[in-house]
Design a protein around this ligand. Structure first.
Ligand SMILES: Cc1cc2nc3c(=O)[nH]c(=O)nc-3n(C[C@H](O)[C@H](O)[C@H](O)COP(=O)(O)OP(=O)(O)OC[C@H]3O[C@@H](n4cnc5c(N)ncnc54)[C@H](O)[C@@H]3O)c2cc1C
Length: 301
């Protein structure tokens, strides 16, 4: 196997253009498992973990047209490099910037996996159980793809189109992911068969966005692709007390939970049943909303 080590995005793209059989290698935590099990036998790889432009994160002020009407020049965008590792997402500055993604990162595998595994690799694998994906879905993320000839920006929903299926072309790399910088409380919750080193049975990210008075919900492991619970968001957002963040009523919590569960289209598999997954996302939705709106529950009358 020929290993090409790229030192820039341009070099990585040129290597892929010159070696059409080559495959992109980031942290290798999914890739090398597939090689070891002989599910994959690449004749060449382009390693991108030493490319400076795809590392780390930055906050940019630009003209990205975010849903929610924030496409003005004061809206800020967080640029997440494709080779940003899960361990780097535990940095206190990152925790303050994007706490839900940091929470998701902390649940990934072991310290060794978090040191090597990257955001771009989570997207490249596109497993329904990828822990970053509910967060990226809730924020309407955009994926920046580069090849030697082109640079394109695609919505997450146009990038992941099935279980482990993406619209990435063989000569393209994922360069970065863009998300809006949002205000308000956020949560990532995950249910697994044990507390650590666990692949998600169901995952949920919730943003209580005070900048646009909207709750945004992303779900993982409960459909072939990451899901946005739009009907649940539309129903609960105008009913919430955004000024005082006072607690929703029990009836509101129950309806919200039921609408979030309806957004899921899970399957039965060795990790859990479809019924359990639907129940789990409902419970997580309720719990996350209660944490975001923590005031005391008004008494029924
Ligand atoms: C023991 C173990 C535990 C795990 N636990 C979890 C977990 O709890 N949660 C979870 O979500 N995942 C988990 N994983 C899966 C894995 O760690 C993640 O999916 C990780 O994000 C993969 O990133 P990577 O950099 O290692 O990708 P790689 O293995 O290098 O690549 C994965 C795929 O993406 C492609 N790719 C990578 N980067 C790019 C890019 N920039 N452009 C184009 N294509 C690219 C590769 O070609 C490959 O197809 C676990 C894996 C192991 C082995």
């Amino acid at each position: 196997m020929n290993v090409h080590v790229a030192r820039s995005v341009d070099e990585a793209c040129a290597l892929l253009a010159d070696n059409p059989e080559a495959q992109v290698l980031a942290g290798g935590t999914d890739f090398m498992v597939e090689v070891n099990y002989r599910h994959r036998s690449p004749s060449a790889v382009v390693a991108i973990n030493r490319v400076p432009e795809t590392s780390g994160w930055s906050v940019e002020r630009n003209q990205v047209e975010w849903n929610g009407g924030r496409g003005d020049d004061t809206a800020e965008t967080i640029r997440l490099g494709a080779t940003l590792t899960f361990a780097e997402m535990e940095d206190p500055a990152f925790v303050n910037l994007l706490p839900a993604l940091s929470q998701a990162a902390r649940t990934v595998g072991s310290p060794q996996i978090r040191n090597a595994g990257t955001l771009g690799g989570n997207l490249g694998t596109a497993s329904p159980a990828g822990d970053s994906l509910p967060v990226l879905a809730a924020l309407d993320s955009k994926v920046i793809l580069r090849s030697a000839e082109t640079s394109r920006q695609v919505e997450l929903s146009d990038f992941i189109v099935g279980p482990k299926q993406t619209t990435l072309q063989p000569t393209e790399i994922i360069e970065a992911v863009l998300v809006p910088k949002v205000a308000g409380h956020s949560e990532f919750l995950k249910v697994g068969t044990r507390n650590a080193m666990v692949i998600s049975v169901a995952g949920l990210a919730l943003f209580a966005r005070t900048d646009i008075a909207r709750v945004c919900v992303g779900l993982g492991s409960v459909a072939a692709v990451p899901v946005r619970a739009v009907a649940a968001e539309d129903w609960i957002s105008p009913r919430l007390d955004w000024e005082n963040m006072s607690a929703p009523t029990q009836a509101e919590l129950d309806t919200f939970a039921s609408l979030v569960a309806q957004a899921a289209s899970p399957i039965d598999d060795h990790r859990g049943t479809a019924d359990y997954r639907r129940h789990a996302v409902g419970v997580m939705a309720k719990r996350a909303l209660q944490r975001a709106f923590p005031g005391s529950v008004p008494s029924a009358h």
